[in-house]
Design a protein. Structure first.
Length: 458
């Protein structure tokens, strides 16, 4: 029985082995899959040389281009003030702002004139006296010659015993007296040059006194040097002022000035662009920047959007120690001229304004998004549709735009503007042109060009 039980197990085992053999013998061999390289999708833009107008934007406070302090140069009582000599009043050039009582200074002029006349009269009197003395001296010299001949004759007679010695001595005394008379007149004439010099010096002093008196008299009238608005009025009518007293301040209305604070990096980039465009060395850019840049000033206020054309006047000689920025002074001519009530305010002192400094158009450069540049390199789609890297020379950056120097990239280069991760040089790409990025760049460049065009048109 046991043997038959063991033999009963064999048929199922044989059947199972047969099934396994059949299954393995009829199974097809696995197919070998072809291994393909992974391709990474990227977005790109095609760069082309174009023109670009660089600009930087800053802010500043309006100040008058010229400010004048009315300072008393003579002392006295104020007997006139301009009717508009109050804060905010307008005074025209050449109009009297303040007049100081002139009585004292008119008397000084009269006194100096009298002294001049007196000195001139004394000089004329000396001339006449010298002329008369010369005539007297000529007569006395003739008398001296006669006396000398008479003395010689008396001495000759005395030698022959014809006259006594007393007569000769008397003639000698007469001769000596005549010599003394001639010498006295000669001494008077010798003193004439020094006397005349003293009188001429006195005349010169009197003339200087007259000039000073006239100057002091003129200084009693203080005129406005230019058309301006009164910023301060510190004196009143009948008030006594001393020399050196500040009586008020007048701000010019001919021009307004704004100091725009520009970051040194932005100023350096603007200098590079202007220097490359004009072909000059960077060290000589100070005057060139002033000649080639222009500016636009906008009021920072709600509800109004006025704008003024400005010129770049000068650049500070260093970096501000507090703001760490470079000051660029721009000037707006006639800031009151185009004012319109309710629509366009005048550009007055203390306004906080936006200043856009615009450079000349630069040709042959390329514009990229700033995000496409990493440490001076950009990713590009190479001719084999693989990832490559190119070094670029960044000239200027503003907002999200970067300006690349001519020659940094070949025309038509496909610059990747997306962020493939990881970015492995030589990896295969699936490039897609990003029309939206190209449109944004074109709009930004057009906006920059519009600033240049509007600046030139005005």
């Amino acid at each position: 029985m046991l043997i038959w039980k063991r033999l009963a197990v064999l048929p199922p085992v044989i059947v199972g082995l047969a099934l396994v053999y059949w299954a393995t013998s009829n199974r097809s061999q696995p197919e070998l899959a072809e291994i393909t390289e992974r391709q990474t999708p990227v977005a790109f833009i095609e760069v082309q040389p174009q023109s670009f107008v660089p600009s930087v934007t800053s802010f500043g406070t309006v100040q008058p281009a010229h400010s004048w302090d009315a300072v008393a140069q003579v002392r006295g009582r104020i007997d006139y003030l301009h009717p508009n000599f109050v804060r905010g009043g307008v005074i025209r050039a050449g109009e009297d702002v303040v007049r100081i009582a002139a009585d004292e200074y008119e008397l000084a002029v009269a006194q100096a004139e009298a002294n001049i006349l007196s000195a001139a009269a004394q000089i004329e009197e000396l001339k006449a006296s010298a002329k008369a003395t010369e005539a007297s001296l000529a007569i006395e010299q003739q008398a001296l010659e006669l006396s000398e001949r008479e003395l010689a004759r008396q001495q000759e007679l005395a030698e022959r015993g014809a006259v006594s010695s007393v007569v000769v001595e008397a003639q000698e005394r007469s001769f000596l007296a005549q010599q003394a008379s001639v010498q006295s007149l000669q001494n008077q004439l010798n003193l004439v040059p020094s006397q005349r010099s003293a009188l001429e010096q006195s005349l010169a002093v009197s003339e200087a006194s007259l000039n000073q008196a006239n100057l002091d008299l003129e200084r009693t009238r203080i005129e406005a040097p230019f058309d301006g608005r009164v910023a301060a009025a510190d004196v009143d009518i009948s008030e006594f002022v001393s020399s050196g007293t500040r009586m008020g301040t007048l701000d010019s209305v001919a021009a307004a000035e704004i100091e725009a604070q520009v970051a040194p990096q932005q100023m350096a980039q603007m200098s590079r662009l202007v220097g490359r465009q004009a072909g000059t060395e960077p060290g000589g850019l100070a005057n060139q920047l002033r000649e080639t840049l222009h500016a636009r000033v906008r009021l920072v206020a709600d509800g109004v959007d006025p704008e003024w054309v400005a010129t770049v006047d000068r650049i500070t000689d260093g970096v501000d120690p507090q703001t760490r920025a470079i000051g660029v002074f721009v000037t707006v001519a006639d800031p009151y001229g185009a004012a319109q009530l309710g629509a366009r305010p005048p550009l007055i002192k203390g306004m906080f304004v936006e200043v856009e400094i615009v450079g000349p158009a630069v040709d042959g450069i390329m514009v990229l998004p700033r995000s496409a540049i990493d440490q001076g390199r950009v990713m590009v789609v190479d001719p084999d549709v693989r990832l490559g890297f190119e070094d670029v020379d960044v000239l200027f950056t503003t907002d999200d735009i970067a300006v690349i120097a001519k020659g940094s990239l070949a025309s038509g280069t496909e610059v990747i503007v997306s962020d493939p991760s990881p970015a492995i040089p030589g990896m295969a790409l699936i490039p897609r042109r990003d029309a939206d990025v190209e449109a944004r760049l074109a709009a930004a460049v057009a906006a920059q060009s519009a600033s240049e065009t509007s600046g030139d048109s005005e």
